[in-house]
Design a protein around this ligand. Structure first.
Ligand code: PAF
Length: 284
């Protein structure tokens, strides 16, 4: 595996791969790799001739009161894990390369995909995500880019950007990878202490409870959201940012779950903010 810090070295690697007719699968990450990331890399490995990943904790997607400084970083560990699943190129740029002095160009998107839920609770977050993804896509020029569905809105926003800007990249959404007790894998899980870690399992339980109620004939989105909310509250100390049930493509709220709809949750456990979601699917 080649590790590159410079944009020029990364371009050199991908252009050489392209000249050999190799198709490139790309997994952008902020490091602190876990099985969720590795599953994206494994899929990229199966579906492409070369696999590139990026490891970059992107400052522009964090708000001033968020956990940019505390975000876990261990490049040696990440490199060993990536190499273990057959990654060919690890691009770990310095912040100054991604955001040179005086940089003033950003990717902005409008509409419910970026303005609701995460967008409403984390102003500027998607502007940062789309700017860095746009730039990474421009540097790595992948054929396919792989994203985990835990960040449901992120995948929708990136797919919208790729359509709007006619980028020649297929966005591949991949299933959420969970711990045995249902907690969605996240780099932030390592900040949870034992109590918060135990409580956090209520997110998945709440989403499953909503699916069970839907299966039992409850189709009101408000009632299903209440089931999730109540499960979180019953688990003890947590602060809920939102529980929402929305259309899978437009992310507009739905009143009734007659067709598949996504239930999304964001909540804080002992100071750590977690997100998760589930595609509520009516029977039949
Ligand atoms: O999902 C993430 O880890 C980040 O938002 C991403 C896509 C790597 C952009 O910084």
């Amino acid at each position: 595996m080649t590790t590159a810090h410079a944009i020029a070295d990364t371009r050199h690697f991908v252009r050489a791969a392209r000249q050999q007719g190799r198709r490139i699968g790309f997994v952008p990450t902020m490091g602190a790799l876990h099985q969720g990331h590795l599953s994206l890399m494994e899929r990229a490995r199966r579906e492409n001739d070369a696999v590139a990943i990026s490891v970059f904790v992107n400052p522009t997607q964090f708000g001033p009161a968020e956990d940019f400084d505390a975000y876990p970083r261990d490049l040696d560990r990440d490199a060993a894990l990536a190499e273990g699943v057959g990654v060919d190129l690890l691009f770990a740029p310095r912040a100054a390369a991604m955001y040179p002095d005086g940089a003033t160009t950003y990717v902005d998107q409008a509409g419910p995909i970026v303005e609701t839920l995460e967008g409403a609770h984390r102003p500027g977050h998607f502007r940062g995500v789309l700017t860095v993804c746009g730039k990474l896509f421009h540097i790595v020029e992948p054929d396919r880019a792989y994203f985990g569905q835990k960040d449901y809105q992120q995948v929708a926003a990136v797919a919208q950007m790729v359509r709007d800007l006619a980028l020649p990249i297929a966005i591949v959404p991949c299933p959420i990878v969970r711990e045995p007790d249902g907690l969605a894998m996240s780099s932030r899980n390592q900040h949870l202490d034992a109590d918060a870690r135990q409580q956090a399992t209520c997110i998945h339980r709440g989403l499953q409870a909503a699916q069970a109620c839907l299966d039992a004939g409850v189709s009101s989105a408000a009632a299903l959201a209440d089931v999730v909310r109540q499960t979180l509250l019953d688990a003890g100390h947590c602060t809920i940012d939102y529980v929402a049930i929305v259309h899978p493509q437009t992310l507009a709220p739905v009143d009734t779950v007659a067709e598949p709809a996504v239930a999304l949750v964001a909540a804080h456990f002992g100071g750590t903010r977690l997100i998760d979601n589930h595609l509520l699917t009516p029977k039949g």
